[in-house]
Design a protein around this ligand. Structure first.
Ligand SMILES: Cc1cc2nc3c(=O)[nH]c(=O)nc-3n(C[C@H](O)[C@H](O)[C@H](O)COP(=O)(O)OP(=O)(O)OC[C@H]3O[C@@H](n4cnc5c(N)ncnc54)[C@H](O)[C@@H]3O)c2cc1C
Length: 402
């Protein structure tokens, strides 16, 4: 069977591994527009620090040839001819398939700020982006950078830039960092501990309304609670989120959800021989799962690959799970940590001296989320309990909640 995978990110690479583990007599082609084979995206900040790209690549090209995988780099797929069961790349090549897996991921969201496109705005998604950011950082006269957005990526960028002697300022419309991973209390706690270890300026509750450029000089119009003021910078980075590029899928005539490709629980698209996984998939049909994270991409790719092999395995969603260590601080956010009606907070620990914060979130007496900052105590156990939505009494048997 001829299997073609478009994309070599977390989903594509997981699918390849699943095929190697469970498949027989497969003719696998993996095509990516990236010039490098698979690398985990969370480690590309190392390239900003000066690490060579080959050191962040998970397996060299030889690994693919040794495993009989036809790895095609640096080629953009521009059309899927489902009637003829083949895909076309921009250089005019044609690749036939019996089964196709789309894992084209997502791309940075660029906010529609007037003037933003009048010059370079640096985003971090790939090794090449990291190389561009490093080059700009090295040549940046003021040694200062401004990052739009206050999510995970901004914090990672701020840390990487600080490490190469660039002072970052993070601008975010929220009152604290990591709005998707932390509740308000945890967010303010994280800001305080981060303040101690990272030389970063934060402009919270602030929105950039306009960008004006004069050569290398950038003037931003920032609106905050006090009013509108001008803010000057030379090196502007954007980390305000991600979005899907559905051009390929819609050209192919695939059904789209609100944001991305529609799939059923077998990760099958609206066309029988075409499957999709990862950031390219619309998460709308899988309540509780989160778009744009590695655990979702991995779970979906495993299911898609096995169904391509003829099994009948369903995807039931992924409990969101983020752990990172930034500026020496361990941070874990798992499950749903949004405070909405009916949600109870328990087991709170706040210790500024030690830099430790812990909070457990329950709904209908069941554990639905956990935040840990500065500690990994009971991490594995808490993950298990969150995954099985343990009852308060079961959690109390294992963890001291007072
Ligand atoms: C810097 C960074 C740090 C991150 N850190 C974390 C983290 O700590 N935890 C976490 O859970 N998530 C993290 N993420 C998010 C995570 O990396 C993504 O959710 C994950 O990569 C999604 O995997 P994917 O395979 O669906 O897409 P991607 O990894 O984006 O892969 C998409 C692939 O498709 C290829 N492609 C796209 N269009 C075409 C085309 N037309 N033709 C050919 N090839 C194409 C691309 O070149 C790429 O190879 C991070 C992301 C970034 C950028």
């Amino acid at each position: 069977m001829q299997v073609v995978i478009i994309g070599s990110g977390h989903a594509g690479f997981t699918a390849v591994n699943t095929f190697l583990k469970h498949g027989e007599d497969l003719d696998i082609t993996m095509i990516t527009e990236d010039p490098y084979p698979f690398y985990p995206r969370p480690v590309i900040y190392k390239v900003i620090l000066g690490e060579k790209p080959e050191n962040v690549i998970r397996y060299p090209k030889k690994w693919y040839s040794d495993n009989n995988i036809n790895l095609v780099l640096n080629k953009k797929v521009f059309n899927i001819k489902s009637v003829d069961n083949c895909i076309l790349t921009e250089d005019g090549s044609k690749y036939p398939y019996d089964k196709l897996l789309i894992t084209t991921g997502s791309k940075p969201f660029i906010p529609p700020i007037p003037g933003i496109h009048d010059g370079p705005v640096y985003c971090l998604r790939s090794i090449n982006d990291a190389l561009d950011i490093r080059e700009k950082a090295i040549n940046c006269e003021t040694k200062k950078a401004t990052i739009l957005g206050g999510g995970l990526l901004s914090v990672e960028l701020a840390k990487a830039l600080s490490d190469i002697e660039i002072s970052p300022t993070i601008i975010d419309r929220s009152p604290y960092l990591l709005r998707k991973q932390l509740d308000g209390e945890g967010g303010h706690f994280f800001n305080k501990v981060l303040d101690k270890s990272l030389d970063t300026r934060f402009l919270f509750n602030s929105t950039c309304q306009k960008i004006k450029r004069n050569g290398e000089k950038i003037t931003m119009e920032i609106k905050d609670v006090i009013g509108v003021s001008e803010y000057k910078c030379e090196f502007l980075l954007n980390a305000t989120g991600i979005q899907n590029d559905n051009t390929l899928a819609s050209k192919a005539g695939l059904d789209l959800g609100k944001y991305a490709i529609n799939v059923d629980s077998y990760m099958n698209t609206s066309m029988k021989n075409i499957f999709a996984a990862g950031d390219a998939v619309d998460i709308g049909s899988f309540p509780g799962s989160k778009f744009g994270i590695i655990p979702t991409a991995i779970d979906q790719a495993r299911v898609a690959a096995q169904n391509i092999l003829g099994k009948r395995i369903q995807y039931h969603g992924t409990v969101p799970w983020t752990t990172l260590r930034v500026a020496g601080i361990n941070l874990t956010s798992m499950g749903n940590v949004i405070l909405e009606s009916g949600v109870e907070e328990k087991g709170l620990i706040v210790d500024f001296e030690k830099g430790i914060y812990r909070k457990l979130f329950f709904k209908d007496q069941k554990l639905r989320g956990v935040i840990l900052i500065g500690t990994r105590e009971n991490l594995r156990l808490l993950k298990e309990l969150t995954l099985k939505k343990a009852s308060i009494s079961d959690v109390k048997n294992e963890i001291n909640l007072t």
